[in-house]
Design a protein around this ligand. Structure first.
Ligand code: HEC
Length: 149
């Protein structure tokens, strides 16, 4: 009886200590995330990816209009990147201007040519990501759409 009570007590102590340790690590990770919010460029990228996704969905549904023109992309060449992220002074602006040109071309394209123009836009994301920040490449590769005919 005494033994059973002792082992129960030991288990109880272990559970309390483990719980305290877990909540301590949880609060320290969330504090670290708050200290390093996403960069201006990372936030712009999320908006660019969301814009491209909604263009694709709209074309697939046969919608007449494209989503609102993404005016924020004007800041692509000046948005502040994540600290210590290498931004190449030659290729980044070259690929950045190419992406901006592909967005303009998409908005000028005839409705039947939109899926081709959209794929050219996704290609411009992939081109820059082949030299900068390769992490999102898998996501970008899945963004292409099938062109009919
Ligand atoms: C001119 C180069 C360039 C172009 C074009 C470009 N990217 Fe990026 N992308 C980057 C760089 C550099 C980062 C890292 C930004 C940072 O961490 O500050 C990034 C980050 C990202 C991220 C991660 C954002 C985050 O939450 O940290 C995603 C997702 C992404 N890009 C998707 C896209 C998509 C989709 C497109 C096309 C619609 C695109 N990118 C076009 C250079 C580019």
């Amino acid at each position: 009886m005494i033994q059973a009570r002792t082992s129960f007590l030991i288990l109880f102590v272990i559970a309390v200590v483990a719980g305290a340790a877990r909540s301590a690590t949880e609060s320290s990770t969330s504090a670290a995330q708050e200290l390093t919010p996403p960069s201006e460029l990372a936030l712009l990228m999320r908006a660019m990816a969301a814009h491209a996704d909604s263009v694709k969905a709209g074309i697939a549904r046969g919608e007449k209009h494209l989503p609102a023109y993404p005016e924020r992309i004007k800041t692509l060449l000046t948005a502040t990147p994540t600290k210590d992220m290498h931004i190449d002074p030659i290729t980044f602006p070259t690929f950045g201007k190419d992406y901006q040109a592909k967005v303009r071309a998409l908005y000028k394209a005839a409705r039947k040519d939109r899926s081709t123009a959209y794929n050219a836009l996704v290609q411009s994301c992939a081109n820059c990501h082949s030299t900068h920040c390769p992490g999102p490449m898998m996501r970008i590769k899945k963004m292409y759409m099938k062109v009919e005919g």
